[in-house]
Design a protein around this ligand. Structure first.
Ligand SMILES: [Zn+2]
Length: 307
């Protein structure tokens, strides 16, 4: 049985995933970056043992998807924003030693893309792009079933494509990145910048709340959602103009409100991708749901060591 380990900024999830991409059982705990890597590793070991025991299986391989940057072939964490002091630690070697099985690591967006390509809406797509839109934007590109990598196996940072050159500054060094405008915090920031002083919903507003308000006809929230669809659509139109993929699959927390966004997105793509057969690029929702990352993590093992 292959185990998946999904390491995010706020939580770590582990689970047993069968060869059809079904989660048999799973468990999670807070990432607790400040508690240190050794404690997180002990938590992962404990959860792996208890989930395996719960369904009475033996772990024969482990796949890890982690928020990045990570070095997939060294099996090592890079300088990850959420847990900088874990940089240089090697979860692949450590878990391999503890469980005496083969272990593989990928960036979590690449992991999710692999999961969708094998077991989800991305099946039989030669050129597949998976985009997750939540607190950030993560993108995984799969060509002929394999993760597209840059030089030194680098994961391309497509969330940092610039869509508004004079936009808000981003930690990457540029301004107006796709992620800084179209991820959840960008949506919230736009509403807060645009709201009049007496706007009643400003305090503590979240992306989720903005979508709820839009559903109830709140005018400012509707404009925020329209701006969100525009930002999301420009980034996706760029991906279509550059890659002309068979499909782009969308996941992440903001896509729970995809029904409010997709008309705007499609109209930008139709307007902005006239020189490529963009009507042949399917834009659809990822199909593995809330477990996409965990299932994808398990798929990382199959992708590296499977038949
Ligand atoms: Zn950036």
């Amino acid at each position: 049985m292959i185990a998946g380990v999904d390491i995010g900024g706020t939580k770590i999830a582990v689970g047993m995933i069968d060869d059809h991409g079904r989660v048999l059982t799973q468990q999670q705990c807070p990432t607790d970056a400040a508690g240190g890597y050794d404690k997180a590793l002990a938590n992962i070991e404990r959860m792996l043992r208890s989930t395996a025991q719960k369904v009475g299986v033996e772990i024969t391989g482990i796949g890890i998807g982690s928020t990045g940057p990570v070095y997939p072939f060294e099996g090592e964490f890079g300088n990850v924003d959420f847990f900088p002091q874990w940089s240089g630690r090697k979860p692949v070697a450590d878990l391999s030693h503890i469980f005496n099985v083969s272990v593989a690591l990928e960036n979590d967006a690449d992991a999710a893309a692999l999961g969708e390509a094998a077991w989800g809406a991305g099946r039989n797509k030669t050129r597949l792009i998976y985009v997750t839109v939540g607190t950030g934007i993560g993108v995984g590109v799969i060509l002929d079933g394999k993760v597209y990598r840059g030089v030194d196996h680098a994961h391309p940072e497509i969330g940092h494509q610039v869509i508004e050159a004079a936009g808000p500054p981003c930690s990457c060094g540029l301004r107006g990145c796709w992620e800084s405008l179209a991820a959840g915090p960008g949506l919230v920031a736009w509403l807060q910048r645009s709201a009049p002083a007496d706007y009643p919903h400003r305090a503590g507003i979240t992306a989720k709340r903005i979508f709820e308000l839009a559903r109830h006809g709140d005018e400012l929230a509707l404009r925020a959602v329209e701006h969100e669809a525009c930002c999301l659509g420009i980034g996706l139109a760029n991906l279509i103009n550059i890659f002309v993929p068979d499909a782009i699959l969308l996941g992440g927390s903001l896509m729970k409100s995809a029904d409010l966004l997709m008309d705007g997105v499609r109209s930008i793509v139709a307007k902005g991708c006239r020189f490529v057969p963009s009507e042949k690029t399917e834009i659809a929702l990822a199909s593995l749901g809330d477990d996409t990352n965990l299932i994808g993590a398990a798929r990382v093992w199959h992708s590296r060591f499977g038949a």
